[in-house]
Design a protein around this ligand. Structure first.
Ligand code: SF4
Length: 255
């Protein structure tokens, strides 16, 4: 099984570390200052969540699909490409165990799967399990792109939560484009395959070691920034339009 480095509980408690999720790690990777503003608020005022057009659309679509999944029905909304959604809902309805909008946590020190006190966490839009096989589904709005970090972090947490799982597929379904991106993780053989189904019809294989080392490095960086309380502003493509840290010198592309 892959091994990744997690900080000690002392670090977590002493510094009130923010647990790692794909979105918090992504944010830290792009600009630590923006992470600080969104999650911590030590150096810049903490920014309350404010929905924009994209997040409002995402929430609406998630609510529609969640309601259908909970009622074991199908989606009929005109703005969604329903066929790909409904075929996956059917796939999950046929599995013996299905969880909808479920939070999974992991703390390697306490071996706890509880959300409270977690070091790593993921919210699954849908997770279905049939014996040794698990499928994690994330409904995505917006452009089709790779989701390696989220896929691997999720698989790692789910393998910890369910010791009997031998294979996990992390599947990202782009509900407006009728496309999906799959990552298949195997516990024992330790390799990862990514299928860009309906995107370019190509299988891509990565040694899991490579991805694990990458994840390990990203996590180390994530914890280090928090331990030393350093959240530098890193100019990037979001500065011009999307960042809410209006006090930053890079905001709006000023510098
Ligand atoms: S404006 Fe750019 S550099 Fe400044 S906090 Fe936002 S994302 Fe980071």
């Amino acid at each position: 099984m892959w091994g990744i480095t997690l900080p000690s509980t002392l670090d977590m408690l002493g510094h009130k570390m923010i647990p790692a999720s794909a979105s918090s790690m992504n944010k830290m990777g792009i600009c630590p200052s923006q992470f600080d503003a969104q999650y911590v608020g030590r150096h810049v005022p903490k920014i309350p969540f404010a929905p924009n057009e994209a997040t409002a659309k995402g929430e609406k679509f998630h609510a529609i699909i969640e309601t259908a999944a909970k009622n074991r029905t199908h989606v009929t909304d005109n703005d969604l490409t329903c066929e790909i959604i409904n075929s996956h809902l059917d796939l999950c309805y046929a599995m013996p165990m299905v969880m909808i909008e479920k939070d999974f946590g992991w703390n390697d020190e306490t071996q706890s799967r509880e959300w409270r006190g977690r070091k790593l966490g993921v919210r699954a839009d849908l997770f279905a399990k049939n014996g040794e096989l698990g499928v994690y589904i994330d409904w995505k709005t917006g452009k089709v792109k790779t989701q390696t970090l989220q896929a691997e972090l999720t698989a790692y947490i789910l393998f910890q939560n369910y010791p009997d799982l031998t294979q996990i597929t992390s599947r990202f379904i782009y509900v407006e484009h009728s496309q999906m991106v799959d990552y298949v993780f195997t516990r024992d053989t330790q390799y990862v395959e990514s299928l860009f189904a309906l995107v370019n019809q190509e299988w891509m294989q990565y040694p899991s070691e490579t991805l694990t080392i990458k994840l390990d490095l990203l996590l180390a960086e994530y914890w280090d920034h928090q331990k030393v309380k350093e959240f530098p502003a890193v100019k990037n493509g979001l500065c011009k339009q999307w960042c809410q840290v209006t006090t930053c010198k890079h905001h709006g592309g000023r510098e």
